[in-house]
Design a protein around this ligand. Structure first.
Ligand code: ZN
Length: 203
């Protein structure tokens, strides 16, 4: 399986990092070794001193598809969860300066804590999924699927031009504003609506 992540999919987050708004989705990959499941703790690695949280809605692909028409894109996912796209901002900054790929800044081990998934039938309005991240009990990020620049259906249509989507692939759909650094002993909790979905203690 692969993990496809979207950059700059919320206007307020693109602005906070002084990035221009994209005309087409920007995407990158994380390897499956970056997944961190079952609320396991995250151990701060030695190679970075500036790891940031980015909370994101995550959609799970349920059938194989290529060149998917946007009209039918909604039939290619049936579950939604929430994840954190940990980013080594210092390594990413260096890569950006040199125009190099973000692989190590985004794809290191455990850089993708992920919650269990909810079936889409559990949502009353898929276009309006509210989510948030708390750090040590304080809300640090909140967003709504309606604020995405590119909807999940547009993302699937666009990505499947280049890459065949397969059952079990995960799509991280980008983060709203409020990203920030983590510190050892922080306690992150991610919610979809008022349901606590994910916890991650930093060690
Ligand atoms: Zn992200």
């Amino acid at each position: 399986m692969k993990i496809i992540c979207i950059g700059r999919n919320y206007v307020d987050h693109a602005k906070e990092l002084n990035n221009p708004l994209p005309k087409e989705p920007i995407f990158f990959l994380k390897p499956d070794s970056s997944l961190l499941r079952r609320n396991r703790p995250f151990f701060y690695p030695d190679f970075s001193t500036d790891i940031h949280y980015e909370v994101e809605l995550v959609y799970k692909i349920c059938k194989v598809g290529k060149n998917i028409n946007k009209k039918f894109a909604h039939t290619y996912y049936n579950q939604v969860g929430i994840g954190i796209d940990f980013t080594a901002r210092d390594l990413q900054r260096k890569s950006k300066e040199k125009g190099l790929p973000w692989a190590i800044a985004k794809g290191f081990d455990n850089a993708a804590p992920i919650s269990p998934f909810m079936n889409i039938s559990e949502f009353t309005d898929l276009k309006n999924i509210h989510f948030r991240l708390e750090n040590n009990g304080e809300v640090v990020q909140q967003g709504c699927s309606s604020d995405m620049i590119f909807s999940i259906d547009s993302l699937i249509a666009y990505m499947s031009i280049f890459m065949t989507l397969k059952t079990g692939d995960l799509i991280f759909t980008g983060t709203p504003a409020g990203v920030g650094p983590i510190q050892i002993n922080d306690s992150l909790e991610a919610f979809i609506e008022d349901r606590q979905m994910l916890k991650c203690k930093i060690k």
